[in-house]
Write a protein of this length. Structure first.
Length: 699
């Protein structure tokens, strides 16, 4: 390991060791102030503790920061979260998420997502509009012991505002360049503190940024309508129930792809004849019941997720009427989890849980070979999946001496997947071929342990070491052209982490840092199919990822906050023979879609005005950067490091806020997505400089 890589480890533990010493006194002309960046009590993981005292690398964003930073969806978190990357695919159909180099381009996500505890399993449900958000947490590293299925990279937890912690009505209106408009309203209240309710709705219109030269219209316009209801009932002092239901409809002009120029790393103008689109209905619903006894807490959650999407795509992306694909897919997923855990500060903390789900998924591919044979190939696939899991985690506190804790966790997962593929080929004369159904069935079993040691120097300063096994289930290439490509195996990893975090100088400094090393086998890799149309998954031999994460928030005064987040990832294939017969070996290459660096530097400053018509002005500016990253496993297509500068100025008077914002102030140009189709390379260009005004009225 290089000395440069070891340096941050010294910083990590230097901060931790400092915790044993009394902080240096402030200068005589300073005022001893306590700064706390937490806006609410944080209950992040199922351990039921504040994330700041958990042995895990995590980032938390709260409601005010989310609003001021114009974060409308999870893709807007790029740059905010160390070693987090969510590329702009071109539609809501899929949203690849990469954390510490672990991610997936086309199949089930490798990073988990929960909204108010409701699991989002499918890649087509990750891109949704955020509204009434209380906080977002991103936990980096495998979380399989407690969260299970496909959480090798980490977990994203999104929490909406609770009707028992918030109250009032809010209206928001936004107008921006490029035809961007938004209207949203919400009302939160409770009756006698026993029955709470939260209602919200929004309409978002995006005029589009990228013109299709063929018809002169923007290729990426979008309309989105959302609605959410959350009800809470304090049935008894110890018994509480929540019912949540959310719906989103999106109608999106999609896939603004042009020919990619590798030498200049640019994308030519979008120019194709058949307008492309993606339309989706998305519904997420959950019932949570919690019983809090003096010595334990018992929780139960049942959820139902549904989406129905339809895609139309000019597959050749040229003015020629050559190839058009219509893709429809539908998911219906029911899950249930019951968890019981100890509460209060004890020598021994414990928890047990059981989780089960059933997911029905179906898709249909209609491929029109317009320029070749005027034929239509229709492939219909169903892949129902069921799963069951048991998990347990124990923590011994004050082990051997005060402040030292040891945690051991284990989870057993069992998952069964079946597949049926029916293919028909049509021509002008009718059905030419009706292939026999292709079927498959597989069952996966896995035990995922976790070990960690944690030492608390003080109540808010700690250092930790952890080792966790990660796991992602295998599956079927449902449209495989060759039988040998029909099945791909599970992938496994071991993740090792060392870190420290703490609060220093009377709350003026919040800092955390971590080092990680991930060793994984049978990584699921995306490859093009033999026909060059579409993609498949296969397993590489071995891969490794190592890196570091550093975050710090400094508060020189109550008016000024400075924030720095940095992540470095070095992820390579250790053993990956792409094609043995052709002698193509990618061993030693960097993994694709993994930024080497993620950088965020931000400052916010509040100017008190205290006039009748204005209370204060808040200034917020952020520099964020990503790269270098490779788009393909060959490491031929590359996006060098690029950056953006965003800024906002907010004028605040009691319940009224007017915010003037600007994104990509330097009009930085880069590529947001890349892929190969046949002999052509395609890319999606970045969004240009944009600006707008938001008005929020709270009553």
């Amino acid at each position: 390991m290089k000395k440069g890589f070891l340096l941050p480890l010294g910083i990590v533990f230097a901060l931790a060791i400092q915790a044993k010493e009394k902080d240096a006194p402030l200068a005589e002309d300073s005022v001893a102030l306590s700064y706390n960046i937490h806006e609410v009590v944080i209950v992040g993981v199922k351990g039921g503790k504040d994330l700041t005292v958990q042995p895990v690398s995590a980032t938390q964003l709260f409601g005010q920061m989310i609003a001021e930073s114009n974060i409308y969806n999870l893709k807007d978190l790029n740059g905010f979260i160390p070693n987090f990357f969510m590329p702009e695919y071109g539609s809501k159909l899929t949203s690849p998420v990469y954390v510490r180099g672990i991610g997936s381009r086309i199949n089930a996500p490798s990073v988990g997502l929960y909204v108010d505890g409701i699991p989002y399993f499918d890649r087509s449900s990750f891109d949704f509009h955020l509204q009434n958000i209380e906080r977002i947490e991103v936990l980096r590293g495998p979380q399989g012991t407690l969260y299970g299925r496909n959480t090798m990279g980490g977990i994203i937890n999104v929490y909406t505002q609770s009707p028992f912690r918030s109250k009032g009505s809010t209206m928001q209106f936004s107008a921006g360049s490029h035809g961007n408009y938004k209207a949203a309203a919400s009302h939160i209240g409770n009756i006698g503190g026993r029955f709470g309710y939260s209602l919200s709705g929004s309409y978002n219109k995006t005029g589009g940024y990228i013109k299709n030269e063929y018809n002169g219209e923007n290729a990426d316009a979008m309309d989105v309508a959302t609605g959410r209801i959350r009800l809470g009932w304090n049935i008894r002092p110890q018994l509480t129930a929540y019912l949540t239901s959310a719906y989103e409809y999106s109608d999106q002009q999609a896939y603004p792809y042009g020919i990619y120029d590798a030498e200049r790393n640019t994308v030519d103008k979008v120019d194709y004849n058949a307008p492309s689109y993606y339309r989706r209905h998305l519904s997420n619903n959950g019932l949570t019941v919690e019983y809090a006894a003096p010595s334990f807490r018992l929780g139960s959650q049942t959820s139902f997720q549904y989406f129905d999407g339809k895609q139309g795509i000019d597959q050749d992306f040229t003015p020629n009427d050559a190839l058009f694909v219509t893709f429809t897919h539908r998911q219906q997923m029911v899950s249930h989890e019951t968890n019981i855990q100890s509460v209060g500060k004890k020598k021994y903390d414990w928890q047990f849980g059981v989780f089960a789900f059933r997911q029905n998924y179906s898709q249909t591919n209609d491929i029109e070979y317009r320029a070749f044979s005027d034929s239509l190939k229709v492939t219909s696939v169903t892949t129902p999946t069921t799963g069951f899991a048991l998990y347990h985690q124990s923590t011994l506190n004050d082990l051997f001496f005060e402040g030292l804790s040891a945690t051991v966790g284990v989870r057993y997962d069992r998952e069964k997947i079946t597949m049926e593929n029916r293919t028909k080929t049509f021509s002008k004369s009718g059905v030419e071929e009706n292939q026999s159904p292709v079927t498959g069935r597989d069952v996966y079993h896995q035990v995922t342990p976790k070990f960690s040691l944690q030492y608390n120097f003080t109540a808010d300063r700690l250092a930790y070491l952890s080792a966790t096994k990660g796991y992602k289930a295998g599956g079927f290439n449902t449209t495989a052209e060759e039988e040998k490509d029909r099945v791909f195996k599970p992938e496994h990893s071991w993740s090792y982490e060392a870190g420290a975090k703490g609060v220093f100088f009377d709350g003026r400094l919040h800092a955390d840092a971590s080092l990680f090393y991930i060793d994984w086998t049978d990584q699921q890799i995306t490859q093009r199919r033999a026909s060059e149309q579409g993609f498949k998954l296969r397993n590489a031999g071995k891969s490794a990822s190592k890196g570091l994460e550093i975050s710090a928030s400094v508060f020189p005064s109550k008016a000024l906050g400075l924030h720095v987040d940095y992540g470095y990832t070095h992820a390579v294939f250790k053993d990956y023979v792409y094609n043995e017969s052709a002698g193509i070996d990618y061993s030693g290459n960097f993994l694709s879609l993994v930024p080497r660096n993620t950088v965020s530097v931000a400052a916010d400053y509040t100017v008190p005005v205290n006039r009748e018509w204005l209370d204060r002005i808040k200034l917020n500016a952020r520099y964020s950067g990503l790269g270098k990253l490779y788009w393909d496993d060959k490491n031929e297509a590359v996006q060098d490091y690029y950056s953006q500068v965003n800024a906002t100025v907010s004028f605040i008077r009691k319940g009224v806020s007017v915010e003037v914002w600007a994104k990509n102030l330097t009009n930085e140009k880069y590529v947001t997505y890349y892929f190969e189709m046949g002999k052509n390379r395609f890319g999606q260009p970045s969004k240009p400089f944009s600006f707008g005004v938001d008005m929020t009225i709270s009553i």
